[in-house]
Design a protein around this ligand. Sequence first.
Ligand SMILES: *[C@@H]1O[C@H](CO)[C@@H](O)[C@H](O)[C@H]1NC(C)=O
Ligand SMILES: *[C@@H]1O[C@H](CO)[C@@H](O)[C@H](O)[C@H]1NC(C)=O
Ligand SMILES: *[C@@H]1O[C@H](CO)[C@@H](O)[C@H](O)[C@H]1NC(C)=O
Ligand SMILES: *[C@@H]1O[C@H](CO)[C@@H](O)[C@H](O)[C@H]1NC(C)=O
Ligand SMILES: *[C@@H]1O[C@H](CO)[C@@H](O)[C@H](O)[C@H]1NC(C)=O
Length: 478
Amino acid sequence: MEPISHWHLIIVFLAIALVSQSLTNVEGRTHYHKRPKNKGSPPTYAPSPQAPYVPPSPAEPPPPTVPSDPSVNPGDNSSSSCVFDVTTFGAVGDGTTDDTAAFMEAWKAACAVESGILLAPSDYVFTITSTIFSGPCQPGLVFQVDGVLMPPDGPECWPESDSNKQWLVFYRLDQMTFTGSGTIEGNGEKWWELPCKPHRGPNGSTLPGPCNSPALIRFFMSSNLVVSRLRIQNSPQFHMKFDGCEGVLIDKLSISSPKLSPNTDGIHIENTKFVGIYNSVIANGDDCISIGTGCSNVNIEGVTCGPSHGISIGSLGLHNSQACVSNITVRNVEIKDSDNGLRIKTWQGGTGCVSGITFDTIQMENVRNCIIIDQYYCLSKACRNETSAVYLTDVSYNNIKGTYDVRSPPIHFACSDTVPCTNITMSEVELLPYEGELVDDPFCWNAYGSQVTLTIPPIDCLQDGEPENMGEVVSYGC
Ligand SMILES: *[C@@H]1O[C@H](CO)[C@@H](O)[C@H](O)[C@H]1NC(C)=O
Ligand SMILES: *[C@@H]1O[C@H](CO)[C@@H](O)[C@H](O)[C@H]1NC(C)=O
Ligand SMILES: *[C@@H]1O[C@H](CO)[C@@H](O)[C@H](O)[C@H]1NC(C)=O
Ligand SMILES: *[C@@H]1O[C@H](CO)[C@@H](O)[C@H](O)[C@H]1NC(C)=O
Ligand SMILES: *[C@@H]1O[C@H](CO)[C@@H](O)[C@H](O)[C@H]1NC(C)=O
């Protein structure tokens, strides 16, 4: 696939999406927003992690059942949209009724027309069970949540016949938009507290056993997607996951979960190409953004992470697998109060390669392991030493500034014993203790590259030039 035409397509598509969006909003005002809004008070639907969700005052009666108003765009259906309001399909939206069937019906209807809009209107709280919204659909489909959409509350309410690995799934779609001014509320708290989660068992233990928890939103085998504006919170596990997708534009999302919620990665992508993640704010208990195998041409810009575990490439190469990640750019990003900053992690024994990684203009605040490459990633601390590794090359760190948590050195390059990292470029890296004194100096093992400007703290351990014996590494296929 040719990158330029692809980005072009995404941009054109975004423009179309924005235009149809504003049209919808106009219609939305005329039809639905008749009730005066609470003045100035924060939205009442946002539950605190401690308190179970309490729906706002009883839902208002359903709005008029007019799917779209022909007078808005007389004689022109090229840009006018066909709105399929879930309440006209029987959704109740009172915070307890199962509205799954209504959403499925509205989906079917919206899917069948060009630029159809499934609308979950504001001032309602819809509950649906684990659902696969699958295509193919007519292009331009919009799934618009202006109210609140949430899954059943916790494992005990999860229907046994439903997958407990995922909740909302979008599958086999092209040119679809997921947006709205509303909230996707994950009701994750009871999942986080399962005794099989880290240290949630009796006396802080971790009980063994299957520990599935649903990813909140998954896009699978789809292309030319736009996800924007929504507030996505309290996921039982990953908030958003993209696998097998091509052409993803994420803009102005807000993702949040408590700092101590386990495995609540913000955005995870794997086997996904041509991705833009822009202007979003993510606070959670695991990776802010994680990039798995098979990803290339990923651009992350204008994102704020924290608290979180930072932006992570990996983990890669588990069970001796082959991993390929290339052309990833992270720019104008702020990372604060996080366990890691910019991390690349691989297991021993993998193959493949990570190349063309650019970290540029990153502001850190109180971050542990601001810059870290860990090619010895191991959860049990009892992993065997292996001779192969995922090869890392052409990784640049430019204009990385701010403060680190002194419990770990701010720069840590632990490259494979047998497969060195090459062409690591550092310029304008200036990291100072957030509080206290630096305990450990920067660490490098088998790391090669260059310092364009001297770093703070100085990193004397980065070896100049190329390692001898790079012949073998060429076979890693970067
Ligand atoms: C309206 O849509 C129909 C079906 O998609 C199409 O055949 C027709 O040409 C459109 N009309 C206008 C004015 O765009
Ligand atoms: C938890 O710890 C307390 C005090 O150390 C002990 O009395 C109790 O038996 C422990 N409970 C379990 C389930 O291990
Ligand atoms: C790398 O990604 C950027 C955008 O993030 C794109 O403009 C460029 O063409 C890509 N390079 C390659 C070799 O694909
Ligand atoms: C792996 O290699 C390291 C460094 O050579 C050594 O300290 C460690 O004992 C080895 N571990 C195993 C399990 O062989
Ligand atoms: C080193 O990596 C940079 C990008 O980070 C790239 O521009 C440059 O060509 C690479 N140098 C070599 C010798 O491959």
